[in-house]
Design a binder for this molecule. Sequence first.
Ligand code: AMP
Length: 147
Amino acid sequence: MSLTPAYDAENIFAKIIRGEIPSVKLYETDDILAFMDVFPQSDGHCLVIHKRATATDLFDIDREMLASLMAGVQKIAGGVKDGLKPDGIRIVQFNGAPAGQTVFHLHFHIIPVYEGRALGAHAGGTPAEASALEELADKIRSALLKA
Ligand code: AMP
């Protein structure tokens, strides 16, 4: 398999964009969607994707779309920062299965880091309760509204 496989429109994030499966949304425009990660590595772990870019990874998106996606990442990370007040924030993006990529629609992880609390495993474990995700999402959404 090449590092950048062909885009598969049946990937789980494409289904989230089309509304075929549910997600806890934080922010949405014609271009950008941010939603909570269901296997969070920490409280507030969320994902930002471009809705119109059929890109599997960083090498597969045109620069204008990437610029608008990165602006979205900065905006949502600001909401996480103000809404949850973590001690640090990781922005992570994986390219290729050997690097750890499990969903092949380009996305950026926003992972809040809290001092003294270890991060959970990447893309595994038990899914978070929808109510817990909603509670965290509310705080992020409120911070985004105030920004
Ligand atoms: P990656 O391994 O970088 O491709 O990241 C994919 C991320 O998507 C992981 O952190 C998963 O926990 C997350 N994920 C998988 N399925 C869903 C879903 N249905 N809703 C939200 N996040 C998901």
